[in-house]
Write a protein that binds this ligand. Structure first.
Ligand SMILES: [Zn+2]
Length: 95
């Protein structure tokens, strides 16, 4: 089986296959997952999910200085419009 190193916790994750022939990678520790019709797609979606999770952390951190505020607002707005459901879910899981 193919393996992928989780970019967040550096743990090796094994490629898994569901009954419906969907391949997926899932890191239990980081709660990051990606699936696809093949290994490449699963990997791509996993890394995409990782990026999204990483970016969504930004919303919890206040801007460091006044100059950062416009960029911060813009980033968070983009995040929200791009993936409101995902963002909401990741926020809820942090509680
Ligand atoms: Zn991980």
């Amino acid at each position: 089986m193919n393996k992928l190193t989780c970019p967040q916790c550096k743990k090796e994750i094994e490629l898994q296959k569901s009954k419906k022939d969907i391949f997926f990678y899932f890191c239990k520790d980081c709660n990051i997952g990606g699936k696809g019709e093949n290994e490449t797609e699963a990997k791509r979606n996993f890394l995409k999910a990782y990026e999204q999770q990483k970016n969504s952390l930004a919303i919890l951190l206040p801007p460091k200085s006044k100059n950062d505020i416009p960029a911060w607002v813009q980033n968070n707005l983009i995040l929200f419009f791009n993936n409101p459901l995902n963002l909401l879910t990741s926020q809820l899981q942090k509680d």
